[in-house]
Design a protein around this ligand. Structure first.
Ligand code: TEU
Ligand code: CA
Length: 604
């Protein structure tokens, strides 16, 4: 891998583009070979005992990241913010949030990471700002403010003439259209100063920027250039597929199957804006990952987002949400049943769909999602086995794996006992609203589903030790959100001492990626797609061929795989039962049995 910068925070050389081509036509890139570790700073490590994680706290753990072996850190927003949505409401793009530290702390973090060849990717949150951002403050002042058209201001509609209504706002007046905020309620808030409404797809403290205004785009690109100048290695782009609103902001309409996400994602100018961004500030040596929110992203749009040719937008990779929607209903208290073949089909579709066209970002969890092992595995009897099986999946698909803090320990969902224990707007607001409107009886009536869905599962503090507050903050301090009571068993200290732990298994997988091109670049070919328990596939690069076999169930399961192995008794690369030693010399070209949640990777 290329040198990743110097101790003074200088960016790695982005030089000319003479990237190597692999036997199957893939272009070698550092960000394809990397494993990304996502840090949610508020919940990672608190250095000063105020109960809130911070940047000096991350600096204290840089050696931890180095030991784990990750190549990149993606930092959730650390910019100045009133924290209506934990930093996703930015008040100043060029300043660090007081609670998290200073710009000098951030610079130290960058230098310490680069010193260990770990790169830093920052979150770019530019679909909206905070309502406390200077641009919005000015925009709000008068209808003829210079900043008025940086946001969406519209007059209300006559409530008697439109089918939608809102509780807030003057009598007889309805919002400009029927769009709904993703955090519940209308996507519009009435502002008395100028007697108009402004658009916010998320919280009312997150007004949407109007990207059709050229000055907005220039300001965004300048901000990006400013951070690149400081030496960062890329951006994770928050809901970047929502930045082009359809002209006229058309209502969705009553009988439609569409929701607000469908109405605003992949808008008419989104690719134009991203190509402009590419021209202005991006380069193929940066890691750029677009978050493509919603469930309606097509492969056709996806290929354009990550296309590296002149017609592509040039992003390195994207986050789609298809697997994240399998078990979730439309509301935080709604759940859907799902079967393994559906989950496999989502991955098969995206593995094949971007082949030759772009690169996948692979994730099973992040700060917006429940914990991986609780959701796709078994966080009870087979926690270790299922967490390591899911780790095997994450690292052996084609794409760049993203590990969310605590996932490397097999951290689980949390047993939130009442609505007051949640902190997230996406959980609290819609549930309160539904209770007030009589749509649900009480929190208790929907507790299981809300607990299973909530983003707060991912936001409980990182479990460093079995001590009080899990070592996240001082023993006497009050963490901003409760610590999961299972930290006595699940924590960094205990798992580092146990060679069989989830942590050690992650560490081995991460190291393996650095050693085997086939694991990174190899072609992906699914086997037994309809099998209800077994997930199996091969990866092929030139002469090299790997077989991955996963029993994604708590039952011992027989399988016969059509692998056509040249060598019937291949070697085991990695396995989650005793390192697979008991399987050496065992044939894979006939029927064989896997134990509950067993994962094996063979070199054929
Ligand atoms: O997320 C966008 C998004 O689609 C989620 O909020 C979505 O509601 C959730 O994944 C489904 O459970 C991004 C950020 O990651 C999130 O933290 C922010 O709240 C949001 O944008 C607004 O900036
Ligand atoms: Ca702190």
């Amino acid at each position: 891998m290329a040198d990743s910068g110097t101790a003074d925070g200088t960016a790695p050389d982005r030089g000319g583009d003479d990237a190597e081509t692999l036997p199957n036509g893939e272009t070698r890139r550092w960000w394809k070979e990397a494993v990304v570790y996502q840090i949610y700073p508020r919940s990672f490590n608190d250095s000063n005992g105020d109960g809130v994680g911070d940047i000096p706290g991350i600096v204290e753990k840089v050696d931890y990241l180095d030991d784990l072996g990750v190549d990149v850190v993606w930092l959730n927003p650390v910019y100045e913010s009133p924290n209506a949505d934990n930093g996703y409401d930015v008040a100043d793009y060029r300043a660090i949030m007081d609670e998290f530290g200073t710009m000098a702390d951030w610079e130290e973090l960058l230098a310490e990471l680069h010193d260990r060849d770990i790169r830093l990717v920052m979150d770019l949150v530019v679909n909206h700002t905070s309502d406390e951002h200077e641009w919005f403050r000015r925009s709000r002042r008068s209808r003829d403010s210079d900043y008025r058209d940086w946001y969406f201001w519209r007059e209300g509609r006559d409530a008697a003439e439109v089918p939608w209504t809102a509780e807030e706002g003057p009598d007889g007046e309805a919002p400009p259209n029927d769009w709904q905020s993703f955090f519940g309620g209308p996507a519009w808030t009435y502002d008395e100063t100028t007697e108009e409404w402004y658009l916010h797809l998320f919280d009312e403290k997150q007004p949407d920027l109007d990207w059709s205004n050229e000055r907005v785009r220039e300001e965004v690109f300048d901000t990006m250039a400013w951070w690149l100048e400081k030496g960062i290695d890329g951006f994770r782009m928050d809901v970047i597929n929502l930045v082009s609103k359809p002209p006229g902001l058309p209502p969705i309409g009553a009988d439609s199957e569409r929701d607000t996400f469908d109405q605003v994602s992949e808008g008419p100018r989104v690719h134009e804006y991203l190509r402009e961004m590419r021209e202005a500030v991006l380069s193929p040596d940066l890691l750029t990952v677009g978050e493509m929110a919603g469930r309606s992203l097509s492969l056709e749009h996806a290929r354009r987002y990550v296309g590296q040719g002149p017609d592509g937008d040039g992003l390195s990779m994207l986050f789609h949400f298809e697997h994240m929607h399998l078990d979730r209903g439309a509301e935080p208290w709604e759940r859907e049943a799902w079967e393994l073949p559906e989950l496999k089909a989502v991955f098969d579709k995206w593995q094949a769909g971007l082949e030759g066209a772009g690169w996948n970002a692979l994730y099973l969890s992040n700060h917006d999602q429940p914990r991986t092992v609780s959701r796709f595995g078994d966080d009870g009897a087979y926690r270790r086995e299922s967490a390591t099986l899911l780790a095997t999946l994450l690292h052996t698909l084609r794409g760049t794996p993203y590990v969310y803090q605590g996932q490397e320990l097999g951290m689980t969902n949390a047993p939130f006992a009442s609505l007051s224990e949640f902190r997230d707007v996406e959980t609290k607001h819609p549930v309160r609203r539904a209770i007030d409107r009589g749509e649900i009886d009480s929190f208790e009536a929907v507790a299981d589903a809300v607990r299973a869905n909530s983003r707060d599962n991912a936001r409980t503090p990182m479990q460093w030790s079995d001590g009080s507050n899990a070592g996240f903050t001082d023993p006497d301090s009050e963490p901003w959100i409760g610590v999961n009571p299972n930290h006595g068993e699940i924590n960094v200290a205990a798992e580092r001492d146990d060679p069989e732990s989830v942590w050690h298994y992650y560490r081995r997988l991460i190291a393996l990626r650095g050693e085997h091109d086939v694991m990174v670049y190899g072609d992906y070919d699914p086997l037994v797609p309809d099998h209800e328990r077994i997930w199996a596939y091969t990866r092929t690069l030139g002469e090299e061929r790997w077989l991955v076999v996963l029993n994604a169930s708590g039952e011992p399961t027989d399988v016969e795989l059509p692998v056509g192995a040249a060598d019937a008794t291949p070697s085991v690369v990695i396995a989650n039962y005793g390192d697979g030693e008991d399987r050496v010399g065992e044939a894979v070209d006939g029927a064989f049995e896997l134990r509950p949640w067993e994962a094996r990777v063979y070199e054929l």
